[in-house]
Write a protein that binds this ligand. Structure first.
Ligand code: GLU
Length: 395
């Protein structure tokens, strides 16, 4: 039967983050005591003031189709947010609300990329960027980095990766999976290179913006001569613990926003009405209202860093944001542990799943084959237990 499927879907890799989460769920269902550090999902509830706004919307009979690009009130609220948090001036006709930041990114890729265009992906990068580029029949080129450069690329590397076919580059700061944050200075140095290549568009994924531990992330579009070719992507999933509500949005040059609206109009139409009404309240709320979650994530980050730091073979950087630890575990390659030969990060991640009952995601999926990703959006108790089990298996 699979012969009937298109090449497009047959060639598409499965999302490794979602696959690992599904695997963990399945094993749990079989009665195994799995600790899942695989999915990037806050373990908090959506704050009450947002839930109340959704309940009110239901009672006010928000039932109908919504404007394809989002309610005007929400787009105005997003403009205010961009001004308040990012120093960016957008008008409502530059905003498009989508069913999660993932759809926002897919829209942008669909409207800008032609087959054969090249997309630059500073690695490590979120698993779906490469798949989304593939769906547009574009090629993606990884720009590698390592833990020694805090998982950041240099202007010289960027310059070397650009070809006459380069159409886009995807930036993501704070980064999933490394937690690294590009400083304003570092972004400006990369922009200097892009200045010489006016046909390259920049997608700046800022979904982890509010989850930072003191280093305030800088928005790429705030660089004066980059504004006209940067698309700023954000959403509510991470900072507001609203992963399932599926609200993402972009601020973009008007012609790109218009094209994304046209694309979305043929695929999903407007985003869910109740989630959009609640999103108005969330977007207008001061970030300080969700700071308690960020403080908790920081405590957990420090705990995990401290615990993993005691395991020989784990090389760590200090993530400045998001909620992932991305250790380089290549010291284990070539070893046999519990009768299993560890050739790569996949083997290591499977070893942790099968022998320690701890689910992680292989770095391969993020373009960083020496690493694994561990989400610390889990309780302190679970984190202590997970590292204890890992330590036992490795000793
Ligand atoms: N973005 C999250 C992650 O990286 C959620 C899963 C996904 O959509 O990839 O785990």
């Amino acid at each position: 039967m699979s012969n009937a499927l298109s090449n497009r879907i047959n060639n598409l890799p499965i999302s490794q983050t979602l696959a690992m989460a599904a695997k963990a769920r399945e094993l749990k269902g079989q009665g195994k005591d799995i600790i899942s550090l695989s999915l990037g999902e806050p373990d908090f509830n959506t704050p009450d003031f947002i839930k109340d706004a959704a309940i009110e919307a239901i009672n006010q009979d928000y039932n109908s189709y919504t404007p394809v690009d989002g309610y005007v009130e929400l787009k105005e609220a997003i403009c205010e947010k961009f001004k308040r948090d990012n120093g960016l001036t957008y008008k409502p006709n530059q905003i498009v609300v989508s069913t999660g930041a993932k759809q926002s990114i897919a829209n942008i890729a669909q409207v800008l990329l032609n087959p054969g265009d090249e997309v630059l992906l500073p690695a490590p990068y979120w698993v779906s960027y490469s798949a989304i580029a593939m769906l547009c029949e574009a090629k993606f080129t990884e720009i590698p980095s390592s833990i020694d450069s805090d998982f950041k690329i240099t202007p010289a590397q960027l310059e070397a990766a650009i070809t006459s076919k380069t159409k886009m580059i995807f930036f993501n700061s704070p980064n999933n999976p490394s937690g690294s944050i590009y400083s304003e200075e570092e972004y400006r140095a990369l922009a200097k290179v892009l200045e010489k290549h006016p046909d390259i568009y920049i997608l700046s994924d800022e979904i982890y913006e509010h989850i930072n531990y003191g280093t305030k992330p800088f928005s790429f579009a705030a660089i004066e001569n980059m504004y006209d070719r940067t698309i700023t992507v954000n959403g509510l999933a991470k900072a507001f613990a609203m992963t399932g509500w599926r609200i993402g949005f972009i601020g973009a040059p008007e012609w790109i926003a218009k094209a994304c609206t046209k694309m979305q109009g043929q695929i999903t139409s407007g985003t869910n009405c109740i989630a959009q009404r609640a999103a108005i309240t969330a977007v207008l709320a001061e970030p300080s209202k969700v700071q308690y979650m960020v403080d908790e994530f920081k405590t957990r980050r420090d705990i995990v860093l401290d615990l993993l730091g005691n395991i020989e073979g784990f090389k760590l950087n200090i993530p400045e944001g998001a909620f992932y630890i991305f250790p380089d575990i290549s010291a284990f390659f070539g070893k046999t542990i519990k009768g299993k030969e560890i050739k790569n990060a996949n083997d290591f991640s499977m070893l942790l799943l099968e022998e320690a009952n701890v689910a992680t995601v292989t770095g391969d999926a993020f373009g960083a084959p020496n690493c694994i990703r561990m989400s610390y959006a889990a309780s302190e108790l679970q984190l202590h237990e997970a590292v204890k089990r890992i330590k036992e298996v490795l000793s």
